[in-house]
Ligand binder design. Structure first.
Ligand code: AMP
Length: 506
């Protein structure tokens, strides 16, 4: 069997790494010396499927059939806030699936988000196979620490669709900590501040030589580089509307051009203090006169626009430090991961907050893939990379009570793997099934959390109310994915389980 590769399946870019015969960890190069593949999928006007740079290149001309940011939508309910927000900013259509999830109509197809993610994973697999000259069938794939059970399951499923067995899902910050700390004989607590294209994660991790123990994790799934772009877009649209009384929002091609320019300007403002923001012929007046966008963006303006976003990340840092029961001076290194952390204002904010300069010890774009590959080689039994990961779940998991509250099974930051047993007693004569709704989230009201599924156990032994005890064992895997098993406590008979995952909250 070929080796297991490590894959960082990012919101904007994805990256893969592998272990060489000599035991070194290397990033798999993509065309033309690039190490990352844009996480973009498109269908062009000839009906051809494009992934990566090919998709990105034609993005402006084909905005309605170019899918990006799929990672923000995967494993989510159509009714969720994230989906609603995404609809405002993307040019492709987002529609509800039959089960209440999300589907994207594109060309003659309707793709689930798992299928879109699978297109990107297939591309990575192909690039890896061409480079390594061997079949690649297994991978360790990273996800944001903040991903729920459903988002993790969806990521595994995407792997399967791409012909990749996802042997383990690990958290991105944990992977970055591995890339930073393995082999250094450390005994210290580090913070990983990960601000990528679509999500923000902050994790506090204790490194004791080869053991990496996550003490707490948190973040904001609404927060990433895209939001910094959106802040610029909003500003430009407002300025244009007040100058020309024209709303460009209804013009997908114009919006796409503004989006591209906004991201480019934002990136340039990390190394310059002002940049021109010019887009000729963005639209026409009602009497046919062409209109241009012609303005200048300054770093100072970007910093003002981005201030609430940066503040929100620092608030999350405070919450996670409290959860980890750590003081700021106990954090010996702060690792920055994710492209958006290149913004100087973020360096400054982190330096002020943690009272130390962020570490230069990891490459913000590559550390996560490197960590995934280290872990992959540890799973393969490579002793030089042998590590022990002690990770946690990001949000509590519990059962809905009859009064609409939650009975917590696993608290936020409970360690994985983990197991809990709970005994239910039949409440009616000849009750033959047991139905339970499992939720993930930190709210005390079930309806404010995410429904993971409705589990029905059938075939309970007949008898008077209160006569049968059913023991349900809840198991959290290393991946942070939940499975359930129920058995008759007296006879030991295992019950048949059916799961209905309805994403409609009620
Ligand atoms: P990632 O998901 O880690 O690839 O991060 C991608 C995000 O980082 C995108 O929103 C990029 O616009 C942003 N990004 C990349 N380079 C820079 C830079 N030099 N300054 C600011 N943001 C950047």
């Amino acid at each position: 069997m070929g080796r297991i590769i490590g894959i960082d399946l990012g919101t904007t870019n994805s990256c893969a790494a592998y272990r060489t015969e000599e035991g070194a960890i290397k990033i798999i190069p993509y065309k033309g010396g690039d190490y990352t593949v844009p996480s973009i999928f498109a269908i062009d006007d000839k009906g051809q499927e494009l992934v990566g740079y090919e998709a990105k290149r034609q993005w402006q001309l084909n905005p309605t059939k170019t899918i990006y940011g799929a990672k923000r939508l995967v494993g989510r309910a159509f009714s969720s806030d994230v989906v609603e927000r995404m609809q405002r900013y993307v040019s492709y259509k987002i529609e509800p699936s039959k089960s209440g999830g999300v589907e994207i109509p594109i060309g003659s197809q309707r793709l689930s988000l798992e299928q879109v993610q699978a297109k990107i994973l297939t591309k990575i697999k192909q690039v890896a196979e061409a480079y390594l000259q061997e079949p690649v069938e297994r991978a360790v794939v990273t996800v944001p620490a903040y991903f729920s059970d459903r988002q993790r399951q969806a990521t595994k499923e995407a792997g399967t669709l791409a012909g990749l067995e996802v042997v383990r899902i690990i958290n991105e910050p944990t992977a970055a900590a591995l890339a930073f700390g393995l082999g250094k004989g450390l005994d210290q607590t580090v913070a990983i501040y990960d601000l990528g294209g679509g999500t923000f994660d902050i994790s506090i991790i204790e490194i004791r030589d080869r053991t990496f123990e996550v003490k707490a994790t948190g973040g904001d799934v609404f927060l990433g580089g895209i939001d910094f772009d959106n802040a610029i877009i909003e500003h430009v649209l407002k300025e244009f509307a007040s100058k020309h009384a024209v709303d460009l929002r209804t013009d997908p091609i114009a919006m796409q051009r503004i989006k591209d320019m906004a991201e480019r300007a934002k990136v340039d403002l990390s190394s310059r203090t002002d940049v021109p923001f010019s887009i000729p012929f963005i639209t026409m007046t009602s009497d046919g006169k062409p209109l241009d966008i012609n303005t200048v963006l300054t770093r100072q303006l970007l910093e003002t626009l981005a201030k609430p976003l940066i503040e929100a990340t620092l608030e999350a840092c405070g919450r996670v430090l409290r959860d980890a029961d750590k003081e700021i001076d106990q954090i010996k290194e702060v690792l920055l991961v994710g492209g958006q952390t290149r913004m100087p204002a973020i360096h400054d904010a982190i330096t002020r907050y943690f009272k130390r300069q962020p570490s230069k010890g990891v490459h913000p774009d590559e550390a996560v893939a490197v960590g995934a590959a280290i872990f992959a080689s540890s799973l393969e039994g490579e002793t030089a990379n042998a590590v022990q990961l002690l990770d946690v779940i990001p949000m509590a998991i519990g059962i809905q009570r009859a009064d609409g509250g939650i009975h917590r099974l696993f608290a936020r930051n409970a360690s994985v793997p983990n197991q809990k047993a709970f005994t239910f007693t039949t409440s009616s004569q000849d009750q033959d099934s047991l139905i339970m709704r499992i939720y993930q989230g930190d709210s005390d009201a079930a309806k404010d959390n995410e429904l993971l599924g409705e589990f029905t156990f059938s075939g309970i032994r007949k008898g008077p109310a209160g006569s049968v005890n059913v023991e349900v064992v809840f198991t959290l895997s290393h991946d942070g994915i939940l499975t359930l098993e129920a058995k008759d406590k007296d006879t030991g008979t295992v019950m048949k389980q059916t799961v209905r995952v309805s994403v409609q909250q009620s």
